[in-house]
Design a protein around this ligand. Sequence first.
Ligand code: FE2
Ligand code: FE2
Length: 230
Amino acid sequence: MNDEEKNLNILLETASAEFGSALEMLAACKLSDKSNLCSGYFNHAKDEYNHAETLMSFLSKFGRKTSTKIAREYRFNTRSLIGKYLSRDGFLVETMNIKDFIAYVYTNELLAKESFEGILNLLKPNTKEGKQISLIMQDELRHHGLAKKYFLKHYPKLQPWHLKAYKLKGTISNKGRKFYFKNLRFLDKLFSPLYLLMAYFAGVTVSFLNLNEFNKKGKNLMELSPKSII
Ligand SMILES: [Fe+2]
Ligand SMILES: [Fe+2]
């Protein structure tokens, strides 16, 4: 992967993560029983959609500067979110208890802000794009702060080390996920030619088979031997 591809990949992955967060927040809004909580989640979802849209606009801008073949490989696709940024088991708010869910939001917003620092360096802080990234970082810190406020209000017995432990857990699972998908991509590259070769030989073998035995056109099916393969 050259530098150009690496940059497109970072923009694509971040746009996907932001889009996934927007859907998670919308699901949380839908399931919340308090109107103020629902409006908080809704505004959070709106911010994440805007972040995803900004990143997608950068992706298309950078994509236009590269070859069509490469740009096509890094095109945003909602189907790629499933399994990687959205669980197949359901939205987080449906599968986690509320305390773990808020802890997840708390840690991931901070991790998101940190990962935007890398994108800011990539796009340069003084450019128009860099300024848009700085605004996104401010949003992420605000989201992190809101989750922290909720946490301290509803779980006052929580100690600072609990929050640090949640952050460590979030960092490890994020790194694990990145490692898993990086290797998945590598294995896909490794095995795809093998699968194509196997499919080719299967096709060649079938073309040499005499399939007349299977041609039952015009025959009375009731008279066929019970051992025959129809
Ligand atoms: Fe975001
Ligand atoms: Fe956020």
